[in-house]
Design a protein around this ligand. Structure first.
Ligand code: F6P
Length: 535
């Protein structure tokens, strides 16, 4: 395969970068009075203004040519068709099927050619029955009391997605139910939740695709022991534990009744799983109708991604502009700045989505890449970020492309607050682009020309949230295709897990440990000595 950087489309972009150098974004606006409208797009209920980027019509045409040359449309169609595009794990990637409630046939391209929709529909129906029962109070704890607290135990994709969505959809929350998310193996995480929870009225959902994840199993065992230590009989586990997993055997071995297990499948990647039964906490908190609206919003974005020409295709445009920044203009990170407090967990969610997907340096063909791949994703909600790190955006040496996300209408009635919030959001992208010259006082000089996108949501409801998440999923997909990497595996997390298992054993060792490098030995021995001294 020709190296990406030697393809005609890549070279055309490199030439174009040189031609465009020295032309500011502000100058591009002066050249084209229609620029704002020309570089904006509506899709699936979202409006995205990408005009404040250092691109002109020629840049977009060349970026789209690169996407086309990379086979983005072909790969996208292969994903939607259920082909095993996750080649290093030989799996299909069909999270889009989870939100296609039209019932359209989706076949995992395997020996058995199974249509996945009937299985998806059956699990959705069970999720409705269960979430309705918990919400209505029909589902009761072992002493007959209604559930008041729901604790999701999971990590990574089995935590970040449902937690982010539950935070985002708080205005839709059931009044009686408090949601908790325990992910960290640090005992402080679960200890703080259990301290306040009542064993008679707490429901645990153990969420793990594999049901082998060390952190999740440790937390689940602690939760079970806590329930039993409260005097509840073994039979109470069936009233207080549900599981979401692809691994029914491990769920049964743990002791959770498989009647309380919600299934999903290996063609759903962990970081793409909030649309599956991993979304059960969302359905319990906001109701199954809201969960289905979330699916519908994502499906609307899927349709846009599948059908719109690449030139007017939002995930493709955002992906290719990201590639422009990352590969041609030297950016290395991407800031996510939601000007909406309900979206405060979105940056953390997108960190896994983007960095676990595209943090790769070997192509699908097994060659080391000679170009940058996934950026560092980070962020905080506005306006908090303005009073923390925005200094660096305005006057630092690094160029940090920023996505602003803002809602036109809030869920609250404090209109004055919303005006201040929105004014700040718009002011930041304006300031970042235009800067402000100060010849006499260089410390007050703002160079400007900092790139931003602004994503406008009418109101943060389940459907618009679904569309927003799907937008980022497909953006990450497109970038992975262009970079010729597999966005759907995560081998990079395995080595540390393996070493931790070995070190865990050595933490019980009676004498000094010497099997590692000097630094690691020193740290283990120091810990062991301090632990022994403390007991
Ligand atoms: O370690 C990374 C990872 O495999 C993620 O990809 C996944 O979302 C997370 O761990 C949790 O895995 P599981 O759902 O199998 O517990």
């Amino acid at each position: 395969m020709t190296s990406l950087t030697r393809t005609p489309a890549w070279r055309a972009l490199a030439d174009h970068r040189d031609a465009l150098a020295g032309i500011s974004i502000r100058a591009l606006f002066e050249r084209d009075p229609e620029r704002a409208a020309r570089f904006s797009l509506d899709a699936a209920g979202l409006f995205v203004d990408y005009s404040k980027n250092p691109v002109d019509a020629d840049t977009i045409a060349r970026l789209v040519a690169l996407a086309r040359e990379a086979g983005v449309d072909k790969h996208r169609d292969a994903m939607f068709a259920g082909e095993r595009i996750n080649r290093t794990e030989q799996r299909a990637v069909l999270h889009v099927a989870l939100r296609d409630r039209s019932g359209a046939q989706r076949i995992v391209d395997g020996v058995d050619h199974v249509d996945v929709w009937p299985q998806v529909a059956a699990v959705l129906a069970r999720m409705r029955t269960f979430s309705d029962a918990v919400r209505s109070g029909a589902w009761r704890g072992h002493t007959g009391r209604e559930i008041t607290d729901v604790v999701n135990i999971g990590i990574g994709g089995s935590d970040l997605g449902p937690k982010m969505v539950c935070e985002a959809l708080k205005p839709y929350a059931h009044e009686r139910l408090t949601m908790h998310f325990v992910s960290n193996v640090d005992g402080a995480d679960i200890a703080e939740v259990l301290k306040r929870a009542n064993p008679e009225t707490t429901l645990f959902i153990v969420s793990s695709k594999t049901f082998t994840t060390r952190e999740t199993l440790a937390n689940a065992h602690t939760a079970r022991a806590w329930l039993l230590a409260s005097g509840a009989p073994e039979a109470a586990i069936a009233k207080h534990f549900a599981a979401v997993s692809t691994n029914a055997d491990a769920v049964a071995t743990f002791g959770i009744d498989t009647a309380n297990m919600f299934e999903f499948w290996d063609w759903v990647g962990g970081r793409y799983s909030l649309w599956s039964a991993i979304g059960l906490p969302i359905a319990i908190m906001a109701g199954m109708d809201a969960f289905e609206q979330l699916l519908d919003g994502a499906h609307a974005m899927d349709r846009h991604f599948a059908d719109a020409p690449l030139e007017r295709n939002l995930p493709v445009l955002l992906a290719m502009i990201g590639i422009w920044h990352q590969n041609f203009l030297g950016a290395t990170s991407q800031l996510i700045a939601p000007y909406d407090n309900y979206l405060h967990r979105l940056p953390a969610y997108l960190q896994q989505l983007d960095m676990e997907s595209n943090g790769k340096s070997v192509t699908l063909g097994g060659e080391r890449v000679d170009y940058a791949t996934g950026p560092v994703i980070w962020g905080e909600p506005g306006t908090n970020g303005q009073h923390a790190f925005f200094q660096l955006l305005h006057q630092g040496t690094a160029i940090i492309p920023t996505d602003f996300i803002v809602c036109m209408r809030p869920h609250h009635t404090l209109d004055a607050h919303h005006d201040i919030l929105v004014a700040n959001c718009f002011a930041q992208s304006e300031a970042l682009m235009n800067g402000s010259r100060s010849v006499d006082e260089p410390h007050r000089n703002f160079e400007g020309n900092r790139p931003t996108n602004t994503i406008c949501i009418d109101m943060l409801d389940p459907a618009s949230l679904g569309a927003l998440i799907a937008l980022y999923e497909h953006k990450v997909f497109v970038q992975g295709v262009v970079w010729q990497i597999n966005s759907f595996d995560q081998w990079g997390v395995e080595l540390g897990k393996k070493l931790a298992v070995a070190i865990e054993r050595e933490l019980a060792a009676p004498g000094p440990v010497s099997s590692h490098d000097g630094s690691t030995n020193q740290l283990i021995n120091r810990y062991n000595a301090r632990r022994r001294a403390a007991t």
